[in-house]
Design a protein around this ligand. Structure first.
Ligand SMILES: Cc1cc2nc3c(=O)[nH]c(=O)nc-3n(C[C@H](O)[C@H](O)[C@H](O)COP(=O)(O)OP(=O)(O)OC[C@H]3O[C@@H](n4cnc5c(N)ncnc54)[C@H](O)[C@@H]3O)c2cc1C
Length: 449
């Protein structure tokens, strides 16, 4: 077999499609290692991106590792989560996770994504804005991805060649679909909507989650509503829902938003008159439900790989983490590029999949099955209303759901989850086994070091 350097792929080392959290983190780490990276971004920064704008300590760790501590400090920090449900509320501070701080931030994606993309540029990456990747070019003989057809804002097309390609084009991943990435429909998919409102409580030191959002008939729904204070006069208000039962598939999230705003309006002094712009929504592919994530000459990261945490809908941290993990594998592949055969190159790239499997698979599997189970409204009510009676239990729930369980605390987290699972079996006897199967013990060590 020919060495891959024989192929017609002279050009850049890496093309990254998309400069959201996953693409920019990958670009930052690769550029920092000295590789020649070009990032194609179809929008011009700063740009709006539909998101809750909430950064947990997991995201903060990744941003700090990219040298953005001081930039973060210019934004609104918060201490923890106020959980609200069934007439009760509990203020839960961020726990101390392994190697993590106890502070989160709320930063609009308008500001955040530009910040990280610029940091990648400072370290040597080239960012081409208003340039859309249309298709990936494959070598006709070997089927290796060797470049991208890109089109700029004036409609000019250009072929850009590279040794490797990173697909980081987000939840709708048109590029991903064009190269055969599909969603496994056995996994939950989130739908969420958010809007900005003025509120006198914009400086609140807790983000707030409502765990008892209801549909118009008053039934509790599998999802949550949030108010994330931005510290600039505004709060980000939104609601997310899982498509885990037919009842909620295709549910109109605008109605959900209206119901949630009227539920929380008085306490946050919101009114629909104070809405800054029409709310916008999007999909949350979760649990690594998308695949394949590695192909001949390419790797998919972030939402394009379905990397959102099913427990809480958090995707920014996992975008940064998967981008960074992919950069490690790509770094190795590039160093050996001229020496290895194409099949050896694919084997190196596949290490990314193995790392995802060992770092996230068990946790995400438990999370996916668990959120599926709690789509039963009576069970959801039973678990949340009982949990809300104990601050200690809810502090553990926060740790589990935000993937912040320390190695030494895993036993307690597993105990709490398996107790909830036993309760779930009363309502859903056919529930697939998760923690009760000893081979599926909760494994939480997904931070890149
Ligand atoms: C309503 C809502 C609320 C959310 N709230 C939170 C939250 O509070 N905290 C949290 O952690 N996560 C949240 N998420 C999830 C989070 O937004 C995503 O997980 C995260 O944005 C994924 O990052 P990414 O880089 O993979 O993709 P994206 O952020 O979607 O970035 C993809 C980039 O690629 C560009 N692009 C797309 N196609 C092309 C192309 N063909 N060529 C060139 N460029 C292209 C896009 O313009 C975009 O900039 C929320 C999601 C939604 C929908």
């Amino acid at each position: 077999m020919s060495n891959i350097s024989d192929l017609n792929n002279s050009g850049r080392d890496v093309i990254i499609i998309g400069a959201g959290p996953s693409g920019s983190s990958c670009a930052f780490w690769l550029a920092k290692s000295g590789w020649d990276v070009v990032v194609l971004e179809k929008k011009q920064f700063p740009r709006e991106k539909t998101c809750g704008d909430g950064l947990t300590p997991r995201s903060v760790k990744q941003l700090e590792d990219m040298g953005l501590t001081n930039s973060l400090r210019e934004h609104h920090s918060y201490e923890g989560l106020r959980a609200v449900a069934f007439g009760k509320q509990l203020e839960l501070r961020w726990p101390k996770g392994d190697g993590l701080g106890t502070v989160g931030y709320c930063v609009t994606r308008y500001d955040l994504d530009q910040l990280v993309a610029n940091q990648a540029v400072k370290h040597g990456a080239e960012l081409r804005q208003k340039v859309t990747a249309e298709t990936i070019i494959f070598d006709e003989d070997t089927d290796k991805a060797i470049g991208v057809v890109a089109v700029d804002a004036y409609g000019n097309k250009q072929e850009i060649y590279s040794k490797l390609i990173i697909v980081a084009d987000g939840a709708n991943s048109r590029i991903g679909r064009s190269i055969g990435i599909e969603r496994d429909k056995n996994y939950p998919l989130g739908l969420a909507i958010r809007g900005y409102f003025y509120s006198p409580r914009h400086n609140d030191s807790f983000i707030e989650s409502h765990l008892d959002i209801r549909d118009l008939d008053g039934s509790v729904m599998p999802g949550y509503g949030w108010i994330f204070p931005l510290g600039d006069g505004r709060v980000n208000v939104g609601a997310g829902l899982l498509n885990t039962s037919n009842r909620w598939k295709g549910y109109n999230t605008n109605k959900l938003m209206d119901a949630f705003v009227s539920q929380i309006g008085p306490s946050w002094e919101l009114s629909t008159d104070a809405s800054i712009a029409a709310p916008t929504g999007g999909k949350l592919p979760m649990g690594f439900s998308l695949g394949p994530r590695v192909g001949n000459g390419w790797i998919a990261v972030g939402d394009a790989s379905g990397s959102i945490n099913p427990f809480n809908g958090e995707g920014i941290a996992y975008g940064y983490e998967t981008g960074r993990l992919a950069s490690g594998v790509v770094d190795e592949a590039l160093r050996l590029y001229d020496e290895v055969s194409e099949s050896q190159l694919i084997s190196i790239l596949k290490k990314y999949d193995q790392i995802l499997e060992s770092n996230y698979r068990d946790y995400y599997r438990v999370a996916s099955i668990f959120v599926e189970a709690i789509s039963h409204p009576k069970l959801l009510k039973f678990l949340i209303s009982n949990g809300m009676r104990s601050k200690t239990i809810m502090e553990w729930v926060l740790r589990i759901m935000a993937n912040l369980v320390r190695e030494e605390d895993k036993g307690i987290a597993e105990y709490i989850l398996s107790s909830a699972e036993h309760a779930a079996r009363i309502f859903k006897p056919g529930l697939p086994s998760t923690l009760t199967d000893s081979s599926n013990k909760l494994k939480i060590r997904s931070l890149t070091s």
